[in-house]
Every structure is written in structure tokens, then in C-alpha cells.
Ligand binder design. Structure first.
Ligand SMILES: Cc1cc2nc3c(=O)[nH]c(=O)nc-3n(C[C@H](O)[C@H](O)[C@H](O)COP(=O)(O)OP(=O)(O)OC[C@H]3O[C@@H](n4cnc5c(N)ncnc54)[C@H](O)[C@@H]3O)c2cc1C
Length: 391
């Protein structure tokens, strides 16, 4: 049974926080193009290349890029609204867009003018990208990496292996982190670079956020021009962490979208399901579940959009992005769990969407910054006596 947000009787339950016209346009796009595909993407673990490319070409994946690079030049709230709405239809598709945003962000924030001029305009033309950090022995801890980069004259030579790379089955471009003599560094790597092999590993399938297998990248002396180093050699961890502050906030918006989808679908079902001569929703005990969930989701949405404002100003984004993702991921898991409960046996059915909501929500407590790492980031903010607001 596909989840159908248009069945919800009150469109005002989730009023647009960003620009109303933009948000409602995305909402309609999602109902028409994304909702019908969501269950299939999840069940078959498909990278939704055609939809991701269509959205990129429509300017969605470059919505915050400056106009000089062909972007929409919009504040971050537009991107958050986009990710929330897309995730109501399919968190997997939203994650496919997120990997592109993440690769774009590190070039926009740290890339040389040459790299920016070469790659940023391609995003508005539909370029899809992945961000490759994780290795078999390095997940949360990326201070050192087994993938190495050696400078040889005017070229870099990269050797090593990346694991768990989302969207990698279908993208055109990678940002890859590798260690040089002076530390971890980031590199721009077009997919068609010789001796870069993308393949499905033994552990490529996850139970949630299934947008195609999370691929392995094997780099066998991959040669890159010297100017494909992104930012400063040895500063890759700092750059990656700052970029993650942006993508974490987008991930938080995706979690809010998952929570909304679970809420709407369970609300619809319980209003129609009858027991003891009334609709299940009419039991006060059931309404309390929804009241808690609504309060949770509303608070999380506000937190996410506040973090978006901070991304526009650049203030304390480690704190606000981490808080937003920490809370939203937990709210999504709680709401998805509630949705299963109030729907009874129907909630546990394989052909109902609640298991997808629950699996996606739980997986986002780990992917893109685990709950524990987010708490560490907030703890570090507190330990240093706060950020710019407290100086
Ligand atoms: C669906 C999905 C998609 C992903 N996509 C990508 C991708 O596109 N690109 C990419 O590079 N990676 C990707 N990853 C990998 C992801 O970034 C890592 O899984 C994540 O960073 C955690 O690393 P790990 O799994 O190795 O856990 P580990 O680092 O082995 O950690 C295991 C547990 O210990 C906890 N832990 C670790 N360190 C600390 C600490 N200092 N304090 C307290 N607790 C700690 C962790 O939170 C976790 O609970 C993806 C993962 C998933 C699940």
C-alpha cells in the first residue's frame, strides 16, 4: 500500500516554514512523481537515478548555490523545505539528493576558484555526486585513513578502498578523502577517472535508507591533476566536519519528513479503522500517542529551520546542526514506532509502509553522524565555553 500524503484531510497540519509557493510546489511534485515510486525503491534497493537527475536538472540540487554558478541562490530554508518534503514521499530519494549536496558543499566552501568554476555549474545541469569518507577500518574516526594520496609532480596518485558509499552506483562524480604526508585531504574525482573501480561489496545492503547498494570504491593508483585537491592539504578532516554541519541539518530535515509520513499514514488509518463501535482514532488513549508525536515533530521542525538560519549566517553551525539531527532522528524513530503500534497488525504488514518508515528512521540515527558523535560535538561546544554567541 503506497503512502499517500494527499489523503491527509488538513494540508495545514504541516504549514510551510520556508517560502510557501516553493514548498507547495515541491509537495505537489512529490505526490505526483515520488510517492508512487517509494515502495519500489525501498523493496528493490534501487538508486533512483532518473528521478534524482530530473530533480537536479530542475535546479533542486543547486538551490542554495550562488547564481554565478547557475544555482538558485536561495537561503538554506529552501533546501530544508525541499529535503523535508521529498522525504515525506521517499527518504531514499532525499538521501540521493543529499550526497550530491554534500559533494557540492565542500567544493563551494573550500575549493579553489578553478575547481569551483569547473564543477559547480555542472550541478545545475544535473551532475550527481557522492561523498566518500568511510573505509573498512574508519567510520566515526577519520583522523587517519588507509587510502593514501602521494604528490608526483603535477599529479596526485590515490590508492586505497572506500566502503559504504551511498549513491555510488549511479553518480558521475566523487569527493574522496585520502591521507597525504601532512594529513587527511579531500579530492575531486570524476567517475570516469581510469583505475577507479566502483563495485558492490559484501556489506553494501542496509535495512534502511535503501537507495541502492552502498558501494565500495577501489582506487588503484588513480591519477588526478594537482588542482583537484579541494582546499588545503592536511585540512580534510576540518573541511569534512564543516561540510557535515550542512549535510547534517539536511539529514535532520529528512528525518522530519519520515516522521511526518509515519504520522499522516497512521492518522489516516486509525480514523478509518473501527473497533468497539467507533474509529480507533476516537479513543483518547490513541489520540495521546498522536498528541505526543505532533508536539515532537513541531518542535523538531522549528529546530531544523532555526539551524538553517544559522547555516546562512555561519554561526555555531556545529551546535545547531548536531542538535537538529540528534533530535529529529530520534523523533522520527519514536513516531515510526508509534505508527506501528496504533495500526495494530496492519502496522506490521510487509506491504504497508510502516516498516520502511521505521527502518529509514532508525538508520538515520547512525548514517551521516551517529547519535553518539553528535552528542560529542555538542559536548565539545559546551566544553570550549560555547561558540560565537557566547564570546
Ligand atoms: C545508510 C548509510 C549510508 C552511509 N553513507 C555513507 C557515504 O555515503 N559515505 C561515507 O563515507 N560513509 C557513509 N556511511 C558510513 C557512515 O558515515 C558510518 O557508518 C558512520 O560514520 C559510523 O561509522 P561506523 O559505522 O564505522 O561506526 P563505528 O565508528 O565503528 O562506531 C560504532 C559505534 O560506536 C559509537 N562511537 C564511535 N566513536 C565514538 C565516540 N568517540 N564516543 C561515543 N561513541 C562512539 C558510534 O556512534 C557507533 O554507535 C553510511 C552509513 C549508513 C548506515
Amino acid at each position: 500500500m503506497p503512502h499517500n500524503p494527499s489523503l491527509f484531510p488538513n494540508d495545514q497540519l504541516w504549514p510551510p516554514i520556508a517560502d510557501r509557493d516553493f514548498t507547495l510546489t515541491v509537495r505537489r511534485y512529490v505526490e505526483e512523481h515520488v510517492v508512487p515510486e517509494a515502495d519500489r525503491i525501498d523493496a528493490e534497493d534501487i538508486y533512483p537515478a532518473a528521478l534524482a537527475r530530473q530533480m537536479a536538472r530542475a535546479g533542486y540540487s543547486s538551490i542554495t548555490l550562488p547564481a554565478e554558478y547557475g544555482g538558485g541562490d536561495r537561503p538554506f530554508a529552501f533546501a530544508l523545505a525541499l529535503f523535508e518534503e521529498v522525504a515525506v514521499g521517499s527518504a531514499a530519494l532525499a538521501v540521493s539528493l543529499l550526497t550530491t549536496f554534500q559533494a557540492q558543499a565542500i567544493i563551494r566552501l573550500f575549493g579553489s576558484d578553478t575547481l569551483k568554476r569547473r564543477y559547480l555549474p555542472q550541478f545545475a545541469n544535473g551532475l550527481l555526486a557522492s561523498y566518500a569518507l568511510t573505509e573498512a577500518s574508519h567510520g566515526s574516526d577519520i583522523r587517519t585513513l588507509d587510502t593514501k594520496a602521494i604528490r608526483c609532480g603535477e599529479r596526485w596518485i590515490l590508492t586505497g578502498e572506500k566502503h559504504f558509499i551511498t549513491s555510488a552506483s549511479g553518480v558521475d562524480f566523487f569527493v574522496i578523502l585520502a591521507e597525504t604526508d601532512v594529513g587527511v585531504s579531500a579530492f575531486a574525482v570524476p567517475r570516469d577517472t581510469p583505475r577507479l573501480n566502483v563495485y558492490e561489496g559484501r556489506n553494501s545492503a542496509t535495512f534502511g535508507l535503501r537507495n541502492g547498494p552502498h558501494m565500495n570504491l577501489a582506487l588503484d593508483e588513480v591519477e588526478l591533476p594537482a588542482d583537484h585537491l579541494i582546499g588545503t592539504e592536511g585540512k580534510g578532516v576540518r573541511q569534512a566536519v564543516t561540510t557535515l554541519d550542512y549535510s547534517r541539518t539536511l539529514a535532520a530535515a529528512i528525518s522530519v519528513g519520515i516522521a511526518r509520513a509515519a504520522f499522516d499514514t497512521a492518522y489516516e488509518y486509525t480514523r478509518n479503522r473501527r473497533a468497539f463501535g467507533q474509529s480507533v482514532f476516537e479513543f483518547q488513549g490513541i489520540q495521546w500517542y498522536f498528541a505526543e508525536a505532533l508536539a515532537d515533530i513541531d518542535a523538531s521542525r522549528l529546530q531544523v529551520f532555526h539551524a538553517g538560519k544559522m547555516l546562512d549566517t555561519g554561526e555555531d553551525i556545529d551546535r545547531y546542526g548536531s542538535e537538529a539531527k540528534l533530535r529529529a532522528a530520534q523523533v522520527a524513530t519514536r513516531t515510526a514506532s508509534m505508527a506501528v503500534q496504533v495500526c495494530g497488525a496492519h502496522g506490521t504488514m510487509v506491504n504497508a509502509p510502516y516498516s520502511r518508515f521505521f527502518r529509514d528512521a532508525k538508520t538515520y540515527e547512525i548514517a551521516g553522524g551517529s547519535t553518539e558523535i553528535l552528542k560529542n560535538t555538542i559536548g565539545k561546544y559546551l566544553a570550549r565555553g560555547g561558540g560565537t554567541l557566547h564570546k
